[in-house]
Design a protein around this ligand. Structure first.
Ligand code: ADP
Ligand code: TYD
Length: 214
């Protein structure tokens, strides 16, 4: 039998996937976790919005349409959910020197709530007052149209068309303008395999600097 050599990191490592709906974040986050576990890393998968109480409110809001809630109130829900996630999930895993792979983080808030009219710099400052910075962000860049097409094909349902595409174009503009040094822009319109290879390579290069075999 082939035994996996377990790898121990000198510190926790926080990886985030960002991008538009349908850009492939959930798929790639899962594939990266599987890849790292096979290599012997202690990797976990997290997501925002969470399964916690604030996340529940957010999901209800998203499925029922935005209706009466203001952009500022919506922003506050995402922030409360994030505080909860950081305290309950992210910080404990960082203390255990794990690799954390998270589907969406505060760049989503900057882009999505920014596109609703809240000042992006204000959203960033509110988040950076409490949220630790990630070590690596994979921004899967696609055109809104492609993401909507993929979702439509997956669900075999209809999309809520133009309005959504217009909103997502604004979201994309804000994502594109985030230029922190830890953000790696990945062309998300390629095949699953080539995106996965690209992501695995970048991740292993970073992790190998922090790794010892046990
Ligand atoms: P997100 O989490 O960013 O919304 P998903 O990973 O859920 O995106 O992917 C949305 C849909 O697109 C799924 O049906 C998935 O199988 C498909 N998909 C993901 N990546 C690709 C790709 N590179 N090429 C084609 N289809 C993809
Ligand atoms: P998610 O379940 O990740 O959707 P998907 O898998 O389609 O990408 O996220 C739900 C929605 O929440 C998504 O449309 C983006 C939005 N969102 C915000 O508006 N602000 C935020 O801070 C986050 C984390 C998500």
């Amino acid at each position: 039998m082939h035994l996996i050599k377990l790898k121990r990191l000198q510190r926790g490592f926080f990886i985030v996937f960002e991008g538009l709906d349908g850009s492939g974040k959930t798929t790639q986050a899962f594939l990266l976790k599987e890849f790292l576990v096979k290599k012997g890393y202690d990797a976990i998968l997290l997501r925002e919005p969470t399964e916690g109480p604030w996340g529940g409110e957010i999901k209800e809001l998203l499925s029922n349409g935005r209706k009466e809630i203001s952009p500022q109130e919506e922003l506050n829900l995402f922030i409360e959910d994030r505080k909860d996630n950081i305290n309950k999930n992210v910080l404990p895993a960082m203390r255990d020197n794990k690799v954390i792979i998270q589907d969406r983080y505060y760049f989503s808030t900057i882009a999505y709530q920014g596109a609703l009219g809240v000042e992006p710099q204000q959203i960033r400052a509110m988040n950076e007052a409490f949220a630790l910075k990630p070590d690596l962000v994979f921004y899967l860049e696609i055109r809104p149209e492609l993401g909507l097409k993929r979702i439509e094909a997956g669900r075999k349902g209809k999309r809520d068309a133009f309005e959504k595409e217009h909103y997502l174009s604004k979201v994309k503009e804000i994502f594109d303008s985030c230029n922190d040094p830890f953000i790696k822009k990945i062309n998300g319109s390629r095949s699953l395999d080539s995106i996965q290879k690209n992501i695995n390579e970048i991740t292993i290069e970073k992790l190998s600097l922090l790794t010892a075999n046990i």
